[in-house]
Design a binder for this molecule. Structure first.
Ligand SMILES: [Mg+2]
Length: 273
């Protein structure tokens, strides 16, 4: 494949040393965290090849510690410090803003995690913050409580991310948190505080300590819109893989030319290391 050859030449000349890897759709296939075929061998060889890899995820259903345990159980050899999730970023931002309570549109794991960080999840509009994640029990009532908290209690709106779609445990492409946050933004005429990719601050905290030019970092993801365009805006190289929710090559035409991925591969395991 011509594009693989280009990538191969590029990284043999430049030497790939730092990788940011999305999790879902990139190194695992679905919400059961099934590893992409061949990925464990590829991933677990990175360290001995002198390549530093960090996982950056917009996962909204597992706490960061639980997600780390799951990835280890699936066979990924990673350190806890190399996992960056939107959930811990959200908690840190709320703590900085001195939020004591939060109305959560999301699963119980998000509420449990916030409580462990000192932010009380409440079931009313009298909350300091509103946090949007994935919520299978989303209802019109919940949306109205969230809107009321923002409009009448001055709650700040946070969203774990803005992703449009993801692949669920039945391998179906389904709606993600982005459209929910967008509905609240529209109703309340506010802008959500985005805590995951492609937010600039999230990316910057995930590459903290890497003392190299950003163009030497390769961000790999199945999402060319949020993940890759966001990384590219920061000057990183980007690689789109076709193992996730976006598989139609034509979607690239919806992205401005200067934000399109540098490389496109069938799988992350094709990246030469
Ligand atoms: Mg993904």
């Amino acid at each position: 494949m011509r594009i693989v050859l280009l990538l191969d030449i590029f990284f043999r000349v430049k030497k790939l040393t730092h990788l940011l890897l999305d999790i879902e759709g990139t190194i695992v296939l679905d919400k059961k965290y099934t590893p992409v075929p061949g990925v464990l061998e590829w991933f677990n060889a990175l360290a001995e090849k002198g390549i530093e890899a960090r996982l950056v995820t917009n996962n909204t259903t597992e706490s960061p510690d639980d997600l780390y345990d799951i990835m280890c159980q699936r066979g990924f050899e990673i350190e806890r410090r190399d996992l960056f999730t939107c959930m811990s970023e959200a908690a840190e931002r709320m703590i900085r803003q001195k939020a004591k309570s939060c109305f959560v549109i999301g699963v119980d794991n998000v509420k449990k995690y916030l409580r462990s960080r000192g932010i009380e999840p409440v079931e009313s509009w009298k909350a300091d913050a509103v946090l949007v994640g994935l919520d299978p029990t989303l209802s019109y009532g919940k949306m109205n409580t969230a809107a009321k908290a923002i409009l009448e209690n001055g709650a700040k709106l946070y969203t774990l991310h803005r992703n449009r779609r993801y692949v669920d445990e039945n391998r179906e492409t389904v709606m993600s948190s982005g459209p929910i946050a967008a509905a609240l933004e529209n109703a309340c005429m506010v802008k959500a505080n985005v805590c995951g990719k492609p937010d600039r601050k999230f990316f910057l905290s995930s590459i903290k300590g890497w003392d190299i030019p950003r163009e030497k970092i390769l961000m790999v993801s199945d999402d060319p819109f949020a993940d890759l365009a966001g990384a590219k805006k920061l000057g990183m190289k980007t690689c789109w893989v076709l193992t996730g929710s976006q598989k139609d090559l034509a979607v690239i035409n919806k992205i401005p030319k200067n934000h399109r991925p540098d490389f496109t591969l069938d799988s992350v395991t094709e990246i030469p290391i």
